[in-house]
Design a protein. Sequence first.
Length: 366
Amino acid sequence: MNKILDIFKSKIYFDHYLFISITTLSIMGLLFLYSASQENIDTVFKQSLFVVLGLILMFILSQLDPDFYKNNALFFLILSIILILITLLFGKEVNGAKRWLDLGFFSLQSSEIIKIALPVFLAAYLYDKALPISFFNTCITLIIIFIIVNLVRIQPDLGTSLVILSAGLYILFLAGLSWRFIGISSVVFILSLPFIWNNFLEPFQRERILTLLDPTADPYGSAWNITQSKIAIGSGGITGKGFMEGSQAHLDFLPETETDFIFSVIAEEFGFIGVSVLLFVFFFVMIRCLYLAINARDRFCRLTIGGLSLLFISTIFINLAMVVGIIPVVGMPLPFISKGGSSLLSFYIAFGIIISMATHKKLMQK
């Protein structure tokens, strides 16, 4: 009997620290969503189904060998690009944006898939390249990133395109990008900002940036969302107003309480203490992922874990920076907390891959 149990255990690849932390975040998300949705049971029930599906999916993906992801990375990237193109042609338009494929029972946001596929592909492409990464391989990588970022940007989806850009650049940096190239690229980027402003940003995106610089210019228009968010966060104090007692959310002053601005609801109702608990769990997940990246079995696994971990960190940073007014409003959900099917499942997929990379070991490490 013990031998059977040992065989079973030897075939299970899992990281208990990440599982407990992510499950904790998921439960906290359902609790916060119940208040943010104003006690909408249907919303919470639907979200709970995605949570259960996501945990199952994370477990299944964690059992696959890293070589499976490495050998099929190009296929997954091409499939993701095809889904993006189908979305642009036949996707469901909401508020002028084509970001979703209507599958009947579920609306798929294809950009959420490609933000996972790109880092895995770049890790598979760069893991065996000599250090520092050659100019040729750097250019190839940047071209791939540029094409995919622009496919997402024209949906338009500035928030996700920024996250995808960050994920690609993270992999390139971790793979061994030379500091000389980084310096030259930074100068070129700064000099090209006027061109980017005039040719790549939509009018409403430029308006959001201008609003960030001067919120008083249109306090009841474009600056309304961020103003109400700051009021909600500030009014929470140390202990908060109490569960279901947030006036900004429940009196409809605060927009998008279930998605982009759910952190503002948390800060108002649970205060500094509640926010600190949430951020501590996030911080623990970050540290655990970086630890797993350092101790992964080979360079491909280290690059993949590092890229997906920094993708997770970037998403959290963009959401928090947005709701407190540090960066423009870009529409970015808070991982495992905000309402959303595609975005939620994408992070379960990411952590399934991270656990796979971290727990599958070889006798001879590279």
